[in-house]
Design a protein around this ligand. Sequence first.
Ligand code: MN
Ligand code: MN
Length: 466
Amino acid sequence: MAENKKIKDLKSKLLYEKQNVHKTLTNEEITAADNFCEGYKAFLDNGKTERLACNAAITIAEKAGFKEFVQGKKYKAGSKIYVNNRGKSLILAIIGKESVANGVNIIASHIDSPRLDLKQNPLYEDGGMAYFKTHYYGGIKKYQWTAVPLALHGVILKADGTAVTICIGEDDNDPVFCVTDLLPHLADAQYKRPAKDLIKGEELNILIGSRPFKDNKETDTIKLGIMKLLNEKYGITERDFVSAELEAVPASKARDIGFDKSLVGAYGQDDRVCAYTSLMAAIETKSPNKTLVCVLADKEEIGSYGNTGLGSLALEYFITDLADMENIPVRRVLSKSKCLSADVSAGFDPTFPDVSEKNNAAFINCGVVISKFFGARGKAGTNDASAEYIGEIRQLFDKNNIIWQTAEMGKVDAGGAGTVAMLIAKMDVDTVDIGVPVLSMHSPMEVTAKSDIYMAYKSFKAFYDN
Ligand code: MN
Ligand code: MN
């Protein structure tokens, strides 16, 4: 017996075992996690597109005392500021007690999610119905987007330059839209297609109406009927779609999953789960030593290109403004800065174990995930954080009782992915990927665990407090 105990002790001292959050969380902490996720679910429901998420984040930040950044103004320690980048991405900061010469603490996540974007000439009529043509945004399994209720969001710039905001399908009294799929009875030929073409891109057509004008010999009367409704409500004509950004997203609301309500099921958790947790960590940090920077970026799902994505210089320009306040070259600030690139990780799914290597997979309820690297085919296209920086983060998390795990995205050569980490590392900033494990990533119903969400929040708070 004594020998057994000795081995047990030695095991716990020398061997590593992944820890389920629920083994160590107190009942109070579980309640705190559950409560935290009520705010999170509301954020998801209010922020289903990058524009809406940006707005929702500004509302939360302004309530917490953040004010729009004024270039050239000198800010004192504790000042809370934000930069709204074209209504689609957001940078928040709290000025630290220390000089920015010591670097700033950045957490960067993204608020765009995969969806169906309308084409620039979307409207057509066929088979006695009216439809919108779409071009999908981000990496989706196209078949998952058929036969689910869709809401429509976005903005239309009319010929006279005025903007109209569109939001249809969120209110219970609103109509919704959908992409129709073939009935199984007639799907023999469809089943023979490769799975990625089960639904083809050009088959993601959104059904938007079917009522023609009565007793009329003209063609396109269903299309005309739809346009008449849209003209009455929004004052638009068909040509106005050319200067519009309209996004179809799942109309469903965020829900608890499971008898124990331990999980969150919702659209757009990649990566609004990291956006919300980092935003809350930022606004709840009172007066940080180092200047805190919280970035909610756009365009990550399509490669971070565009001036609202992290591939643009917008973040560097903002940190330059901070450096200019103290007359310090921005490169000196950047090379001392630290970043958590906050994005979701693939959670281990026991129904599909073959794509994961269990020793290096992210498990649901095992805490926030640190990923040294993402990438594909021999780590290509990744940041690959240094042992030194991960060592630093590890110490910080252990000191603050954060439950965390490490993981990579699936088995070697099973596929791969990228994040914004390399774009921030490019500015000479120490960067590592961190995030929440997600099941059914990029689907209309992504799944996360409340305890992991809470651990992400706690880890971001510890990073900003450091
Ligand atoms: Mn992501
Ligand atoms: Mn993604």
